[in-house]
Design a protein around this ligand. Structure first.
Ligand code: GDP
Length: 519
């Protein structure tokens, strides 16, 4: 198969959602369609930590690293599917954001009983910044959910994206009959127990519909959508301006297959990526790509690290020599692994859109570009995200302060955790996007620098950078904490929205900037 054909069939995407919206359940159904797992209902129990004896668990054991937070690849019909997992709430981190740079489209799950939730908004914003196609799956239709029209307008208003419902629920909760599939012109009857009956709209007899009061309501809503709703436009979907919306139930496996089939049809194939020397097309013969995440193995018996690499152009072949642009050193890529693939553990070849795991003997950094041959260019720097969680940190043993400083300096340089010094007392404050980063930091300080550290949590804070050259330092206190970042720039860590607003109202001379918006 030609490089072009390999590219055309690849679909690399992530599923984003607020915890509990149904991401695990939906992912599991997709893995089942891809024949990666033999039965569903096995992945559950994630939260209690109790896994059923499942295929999934076997794979986890074999790999030694958590596949639940990595990549799942499988062939499905004419496609080659790569799903990149984004971790849920507890281990939410900058990795999550960076993972979103490695996909070409995104599925956003919304719980129909809840609507748009905070975590969805955060993740959505990152996808929006990159203008990638976003597909919406409104889940838990088997339950008494919120009014579908209201959910649509919430998506449009809160997230600021236009929507096009590909299907529409007929009734809800106990009176849920099924979905009216506008796009494929069929009615899908909900029968429970993972069963559905598909009837082409042309064969749905007029009397059936007329007799059915519930369907009558739906027809009224559909008319409204036809008249006042958006038009379906694949071009606008591709630009991330319009999100196709699917209603369904992951748990009941209802509407999932049609969703998946339609999604794959419109989801983007691997897209060109920006470098410091212009756009690189996936069709370019020369192999290239970049590292978007590095996962250290938390198990002390296997102290290795795995670099997650997105292939952006050309063909990867095991054993090939590549140039690491940052250092201009040649590396032979022998130890590479596939993640959760159907039938092989090591990858011998890979194509644009694929993610490979590269064994990292501590030479890679997040953002590194690797290129086949001797060329040297750099994939666009991944966006920086302002941290949200802050902790004061110190060495447990003051005798170790030299190693402590060295460790902090080096780990901060890797970019996943941010360093600040409080102006008042010069104490060291670390900031990160999520809790996981602090844990990794603590672990590595001990393992690599032999320093035990102590954290004092400062909670969630809103950082803002000070633009003004001169200002009066008396206005700051523990709620609006004045700090300097690692480059010496002044910033303020606000305790909450309220303290930020109070500050803005009362300190009109001090100009503040929000990094995220400047990116
Ligand atoms: P995640 O945190 O987003 O991965 O969510 P899970 O997939 O773990 O689902 C959270 C809870 O919602 C679990 O108890 C699921 O069984 C339940 N759930 C998921 N999908 C559906 C659905 O379509 N209908 C109903 N009623 N419950 C669902």
């Amino acid at each position: 198969m030609s490089l072009q054909q390999e590219i055309n069939k690849r679909r690399t995407f992530a599923i984003i959602s607020h915890p509990d919206a149904g991401k695990t359940t939906l992912t599991e159904k997709l893995l089942f369609f891809g024949q990666i797992i033999r039965s569903t209902g096995t992945v559950k129990g994630k939260k209690s930590g109790k896994f059923a004896a499942s295929d999934w668990m076997e794979i986890e054991k074999k790999r030694g690293i958590s596949v639940t937070s990595s990549v799942m690849s499988f062939p499905y019909h004419e496609f080659h599917v790569n799903i990149l997992d984004t971790p849920g709430h507890e281990d939410f981190s900058e990795d999550t954001y960076r993972t979103l740079t490695a996909v070409d489209s995104v599925v956003m799950i919304i719980d129909s009983t809840k609507g748009v939730e905070p975590q969805t908004i955060k993740l959505f914003k990152v996808c929006r910044m990159r203008g990638i196609p976003i597909f919406t799956f409104i889940n838990k239709l088997d339950r008494e959910g919120r009014d579908p029209l209201e959910l649509l307008s919430e998506i449009e208003e809160v997230l600021g994206i236009e929507s096009y419902p590909m299907n529409w629920p007929v009734g809800s909760g106990k009176r849920f009959l099924g979905i009216h599939d506008r796009f494929n012109k069929q009615f899908v009857r909900f029968k429970g127990d993972e069963e559905e009956e598909v009837i082409p709209l042309s064969e749905l007899s007029g009397t059936d519909i007329e007799e059915n009061v519930i369907y009558q309501d739906t027809l009224g809503e559909l008319e409204l959508l036809e008249e006042a709703g958006n038009e379906f436009s694949p071009e606008r979907v591709e630009k991330g301006e319009l999100t196709p919306v699917f209603f369904g139930s992951a748990l009941a496996n209802f509407g999932v297959q049609t969703f998946f089939d339609t999604f794959l049809q419109f989801a983007a194939q691997p897209q060109p990526r920006k470098t410091d020397q212009g756009l690189i097309e996936p069709e370019k013969d020369q192999f290239s790509g970049y590292i978007f995440k590095i996962q250290a193995n938390m198990n002390p018996a296997h102290r290795d690290r795995i670099a997650f690499f997105r292939v952006c152009s050309g063909k990867f072949e095991r054993g090939m020599s590549v140039n690491l642009s940052r250092t201009n050193k040649t590396i032979k890529l022998n130890q590479t692994q596939a993640f959760m693939a159907k039938d092989r553990d090591t990858v011998d070849e890979a194509y644009p859109g694929d993610i490979i795991g590269i064994y990292d003997p501590n030479i890679y950094q997040i953002g590194d570009t690797l290129i086949g041959g001797k060329d040297s260019y750099q994939y666009e720097e991944l966006p920086q995200f302002p941290p949200e969680l802050f902790k004061r940190v110190q060495a447990k043993n003051v005798m170790k302060s030299k190693q402590f400083r060295k460790g902090i300096e080096q780990l901060v340089q890797e970019g996943a955790i941010q360093l600040y010094r409080q102006e008042l007392n010069d104490s060291i404050i670390l900031g990160a996007v999520g809790q996981l980063q602090f844990e990794v930091f603590e672990y590595r300080m001990k393992a690599e620098y032999n320093v035990e550290i102590e954290f004092t949590p400062l909670g969630e804070r809103i950082p803002r950078w000070i633009k003004s050259e001169k200002f009066d330092k008396r206005f700051f206190d523990s709620r609006s904490m004045l700090v300097r970042d690692r480059f010496g720039a002044y910033a303020v860590l606000f305790e909450n929205e309220f303290t930020l607003r109070y500050f803005l109202e009362n300190q009109k001379d001090i100009e503040l900037v929000d990094l995220l918006e400047e990116n």
